[in-house]
Design a protein around this ligand. Structure first.
Ligand code: SF4
Length: 879
């Protein structure tokens, strides 16, 4: 069978359209040129979606107590356990923890079941970790959790301010739209606010490397400056904003001197930012996790919104605050009430009129009377034994929540843990009593909403594998077994969508803008064919909200907010900032399966400023032990002046499936923002020291070895896996024993230098490499990507087999080296060679193809160019 299917990328909140070309079992992926989010572009992750469609690691059947069972048995057991908790301990003893990976239809059914039928609001989503501070900030300022702007605003702006967002890596396609706009209009300015130097700050006209945690001071200073310079829009504020006088009064003490002292920035740089903001009507401020994931995240959001409200720059072409979501359907989840403090359709759980209107619409026996437990509190309640049954869908809290070891312990002690997932072996699935096989991207069907309020269809590319089922179906089946079958008789995702659209249109006791009215009677065929559509749907206008100054508050006015006075926290050790990297997504359950995505940064790492590394005796590429009162991690050191002294950065992607001790959220304290409940994932205090090991190893193998090493990190590669390890000297013997058992017929060549302790071996089956190991008392020095490539190089001559032990190619052979451009598969050596004659990133792209895909490696190419021009350690710092 061959077909073209238009669907949506399941990774970030840009929500790019994807065209999947299906030819029999083969699927190839292209960007959908007709989708208004990306017009055919995809980033490295989106472009690699075909790599993650395999059944490897899939959960394909329900399990209870570790045994494979039928769906009926699993659902009967789940329903009976929930019922038992309800009858014995009441509704508050049950909780759902869901995900921005769920489709809107799944989310809607989960919320309806929990809030309207089980009768508690103990349902929260991993969007709590991502965007809850933006939600709270929007509600405080606008009266509704709504992003006013569109992606076009980022192109039409004369000034784009990125704050708390490595946009170039985390939302690459939209970042490239901004860069393309700047290329057409070079007068457009980009200002990036981030404690780190990143791929985003590299492209900015001005980088404000503020001290971690000083964001509120910077934006309070901006508001005060705008006021002092008379740059506000007094008429707009008079008519459309309340509370501005108090906000201005609170901001007034933030003079340039005070802001400079708080942020550590030079006054000249602060003034340059403030002047640019004051002078540029068309200004968009884009913000993300660096703003949201903080103990004062909501105040950070509101200080940004205050500046836009003061200048009347909301919902107009080319200007406005723009919260960009991390997940593909964080927005859809928020719209259906996925957070514990919301009801569907942006209604308030604290508002009795809203509660009774939703209850009447659902004809439900109950409606939750108050906000439920937010994510961190929910798992605290599990730990305290108050939650007796929890259903976790499409997320991996044992790796992604703060204090992650405590989350694991809590789940292990919980009487009933139900996990719906597509992957059989996540750290969370290991805690499950009942495992339900969910439908993954490519098999599930429904809608998602992206960061500019655009609803797009995710369509199935192939039938459900094994016994996998959509989440909405499993929820309905449990609801039926709990006695609520009539309200959950949905036969399809389209049925669910229609009911949700009706709710947004028929529950009208609200000033909110969310309304899917024109879609409430959508036919199955029209739902199937639904084109990307932005809400408010069918409204006259330009896709923006609040351009008319009419907000969703009872008064119709926006609200300026006075942030709480900040209390400096005691700081001892290093501030750990956790975040994302270019080619991985969340806890790597999908992107970790892709060989090309796993070559860019194949190990968990920590970025450390050279002064801090020197103080702690940590060398570049050595192993580092990180610890906090909550947990420990072992990761690879990257020494770089892109990091501020006193602050370190580690990605949050690695799990127990990919590294022995790379779960950095285990180190993170469970501090939360008081308004949003969002955890402060970027400011935990940790200590670090060198991790010493008697033996270091680098292994490639067609099968994944089982090794009992203190440190290991495994990554998928073409033909098998690559693995870094370190531990006791017996490590090498353990690997050899494993090889003998695993490849008993294979031939081994080896080399041993007793004096230096270096040992190397390579194992061939029919002259094809099946495994190679390189062991050393210090860091293993081999050309890793070349060794990896030998796994898929085919049969090798006897001479080549012995040569492999050298761990690098002959000089005459040459090799591309470590992957820099994942889209086009170009390595560092090829780019370095081109940099000898090319003088620009574009020229290198023309010569090698590097940087011409999604463009998110262009900053690394720039660093290689800089090094070729003699600028010190630029490559080491960037990569
Ligand atoms: Fe997917 Fe990349 Fe587009 Fe985000 S920017 S939606 S990850 S293709």
């Amino acid at each position: 069978m061959s077909a073209d299917v238009k669907t949506t990328c399941p990774y970030c909140g840009v929500g790019c359209g994807v065209l999947a070309r299906i030819d029999g079992d083969a699927v190839s992926i292209e960007g959908d040129t007709s989708h208004p989010a990306n017009f055919g572009k995809l980033c490295s992750k989106g472009a690699a979606l075909a790599d993650v469609l395999s059944l490897e690691g899939r959960l394909l059947a329900p399990h209870v107590g570790g045994e494979k069972v039928s769906w009926d048995t699993a659902l009967d057991t789940a329903a009976a356990r929930i019922k038992d908790a309800l009858e014995t301990h009441g509704p508050e003893s049950v909780a759902f923890y869901v995900s921005g990976q769920l489709l809107t239809e799944d989310y809607y059914v989960a919320n309806k079941l929990m809030k309207g039928f089980i009768g508690t609001a103990n349902i929260d989503t991993n969007s709590r970790l991502c965007m809850a501070s933006s939600v709270a900030g929007h509600k405080r300022a606008f009266g509704e959790d709504a992003v006013p702007g569109t992606y076009e605003d980022l192109e039409q702006a004369d000034l784009v301010v990125f704050t708390g967002s490595n946009f170039a890596w985390c939302h690459p396609v939209l970042f490239q739209r901004v860069l393309a706009a700047k290329e057409k209009r070079p007068g457009m300015q980009i200002i990036a606010i981030d404690p780190r130097q990143t791929a985003t700050t590299e492209q900015a006209d001005l980088h404000l490397a503020l001290r971690p945690g000083s964001d509120v001071a910077l934006f309070q200073g901006l508001l005060a400056w705008l006021n002092r310079q008379g740059a506000g829009d007094a008429d707009y504020v008079d008519v459309h904003v309340e509370g501005m006088n108090a906000a201005l009064e609170a901001a007034a003490p933030f003079t340039l001197d005070r802001v400079a002292a708080a942020t550590g920035l030079e006054k000249r740089a602060i003034r340059q930012f403030y002047k640019a903001f004051a002078a540029t009507q068309k200004t968009v401020t884009v913000y993300s996790q660096g703003v949201n994931q903080a103990a004062d995240g909501t105040d950070r959001v509101n200080t940004i919104l205050n500046c836009h409200l003061f200048t009347g720059r909301v919902g107009k072409p080319g200007c406005g605050p723009f919260s960009i979501t991390g997940q593909p359907n964080a927005m859809g989840g928020r719209e259906v009430g996925g957070l514990a403090n919301q009801l569907a359709s942006h209604l308030d759980i604290d508002n009795p009129d809203h509660r009774s209107a939703v209850q009447a619409f659902w004809r439900s026996p109950f409606i939750a009377q108050r906000a439920g437990l937010k994510a961190v509190d929910m798992f605290d309640a599990v730990a305290a034994g108050k939650i007796k049954a929890i259903w976790i869908m499409g997320t991996n809290p044992v790796d992604s929540l703060p204090n992650a070891d405590a989350v694991r312990a809590a789940l292990k002690a919980c009487p009933t843990v139900i996990v719906s997932d597509v992957t059989a072996d996540t750290d969370t699935a290991k805690c499950a009593d009942i495992l339900l096989p969910a439908a993954p991207w490519g098999e599930k069907d429904g809608t998602v909403t992206n960061s500019e309020r655009r609803i797009s269809r995710q369509r199935a590319l192939r039938p459900l594998a094994g016994q996998a089922k959509p989440d909405w179906w499993a929820l309905c089946e449990v609801a039926r077994r709990l006695g609520f079958g009539d309200a959950f008789s949905f036969g399809s995702a389209a049925d669910v969508f229609r009911e949700y659209a009706q709710l947004t249109n028929q529950v009208v006791t609200k000033p909110t803008k969310l309304n899917f009215g024109p879609l409430e009677d959508i036919s199955d065929a029209a739902y199937e064919a639904l084109l990307p559509v932005q809400w408010p749907i069918g409204a006259r206008g330009d896709g923006r909200l609040y351009g008319d100054g009419q907000y969703s508050t009872p008064s119709g006015k926006a609200r300026a907010v006075v942030p709480a006075a900040s209390k400096p926290a005691p700081r001892e050790g290093y501030t750990l900032n956790t975040g994302r990297i270019r080619d991985q997504w969340h806890t790597m359950t999908r992107t970790g399966l892709s060989a090309r995505l796993s070559q860019h940064l194949p190990e968990p790492f920590v970025d450390i400023h050279p002064e801090d590394a020197l103080r702690e005796g940590i060398g570049h590429a050595s192993l580092v032990a990180l610890s906090s009162p909550h947990g420990k991690a072992i990761v690879r050191a990257r020494i770089t002046a892109r990091q501020q002294p006193g602050s370190i950065f580690a990605p949050m992607h690695w799990t127990g499936q990919y590294a022995s001790a790379g779960r950095v959220d285990a180190l993170v304290a469970a501090n939360t923002d008081p308004f949003s409940g969002q955890p402060a994932l970027k400011a935990s205090m940790v200590s670090m020291k060198p991790f010493s090991a008697g033996c270091h190893g680098f292994i490639v193998c067609t099968r994944r070895p089982t090794l009992d090493a203190a440190y290991w990190a495994v990554a998928t590669c073409k033909g098998g896996v690559r693995l870094e390890c370190a531990g006791e000297p017996a490590l090498k013997e353990a690997f050899t024993t494993w090889l003998e058992t695993t490849f008993p017929e294979a031939e081994t060549v080896h080399y041993e230098d007793q004096a230096s302790g270096h040992s190397r071996l390579a194992v061939f089956d029919n002259d094809r490499l099946v495994a190679a190991g390189f062991f050393s008392p210090t860091l293993v020095d081999v050309a890793r990507q070349w060794v990896v490539d030998q796994l898929s190089a085919g049969a090798q001559s006897r001479q080549a087999q012995h040569r492999l032990l050298a761990g690098r190619p002959k000089v005459s052979e040459g090799h591309d080296g470590a992957t820099i451009c994942s889209c086009m598969g170009v390595g560092i050596q090829a780019i370095k060679a081109a940099a000898r004659t090319c003088r620009s990133v574009h020229a290198i792209g023309a010569a090698t193809g590097a940087g011409t895909g999604c463009g998110s490696c262009q900053y690394e190419i720039k660093a290689i160019l800089a090094e070729a021009e003699g600028k010190e350690d630029a490559i080491q710092a960037a990569i």
